[in-house]
Design a binder for this molecule. Structure first.
Ligand code: C5P
Length: 221
């Protein structure tokens, strides 16, 4: 692993879950631990990059030399990412962004009453697709966590979101992915792929960073 791989590059990484508030005391979220994103931030710093984490609520210490911006909702995560965009060469979207948020926020705590109740949800903005579609977009990397047809869905996501690279994660396997210390993945880019066998998230992160550096070099030649 070359410590100068990303020297001078500015990297922004989203990590963790988002929280979508229903009322002052309740929210919708998911079980993302943020560990893969934080491992990527550490690997990016070790590769010489100036690195910013835009993180949802997680129980993790900030890696040394990483700037960290904390957010809660998907909309806040998008706003922070767009603010950082003019100073970003590489964008890695590792966050488990909630696909939907409650259609309305109740300013007072919602009271119980009827036996049945339903919740109206509206789509959240797609952060990585918004970044990739911006003018002067950075090298943009997404993640795809799938339980079936992994490579097919990941390839489609890369194309639909106009990504330069996607990390396909099989979350059906035990002991990898969400809330685990280990991960395994296949990295896809237009015209190539590489399998990353099961290893620690830091090891996987270092290999993703090396592939990003290689792919950026190839596409600039
Ligand atoms: O479409 P899906 O949620 O499976 O795509 C996953 C990828 O898109 C991840 O890189 C995730 O961080 C990113 N994403 C995003 N904003 C969303 C939803 C997903 O940046 N609203």
């Amino acid at each position: 692993f070359d410590s100068g791989l990303l020297a001078g590059q500015r990297v922004v990484i989203t990590a963790g879950p988002t929280r979508e508030a229903l009322d002052p005391v309740r929210y919708i979220s998911n079980h993302s631990s943020g560990r893969m994103g934080f491992a990527l931030a550490r690997a990016a710093v070790d590769a010489g990059a100036r690195t910013t984490l835009v993180s949802g609520p997680v129980q993790l210490a900030t890696p040394a030399h990483v700037r960290r911006v904390d957010v809660e909702s998907a909309q806040q995560m998008l706003d922070q990412c767009l603010e950082l965009l003019p100073e970003c060469d590489i964008f890695i979207a590792c966050a488990a962004v909630a696909d939907y948020r409650p259609a309305t926020f109740a300013s007072q705590k919602i009271k119980k009453g009827a036996e049945r109740s339903s919740l109206e949800l509206v789509r959240n903005p797609d952060i990585v697709a918004t970044v990739a579609a911006s003018s002067a977009a950075p090298f943009t990397v997404g993640f795809a966590a799938e339980t079936s047809k992994l490579l097919e869905y990941a390839q489609a996501k890369m194309e639909n979101k106009q990504l330069d690279m996607i990390v396909a994660n099989d979350v059906a396997g035990a002991g990898i992915g969400f809330n685990s210390d280990e991960n395994a993945a296949t990295v896809l880019w237009p015209g190539g792929s590489e399998v990353l066998e099961q290893a620690s998230k830091l090891n996987i992160a270092r290999r993703i960073i090396a592939l990003i550096a290689k792919q950026m070099k190839n596409s600039s030649e």
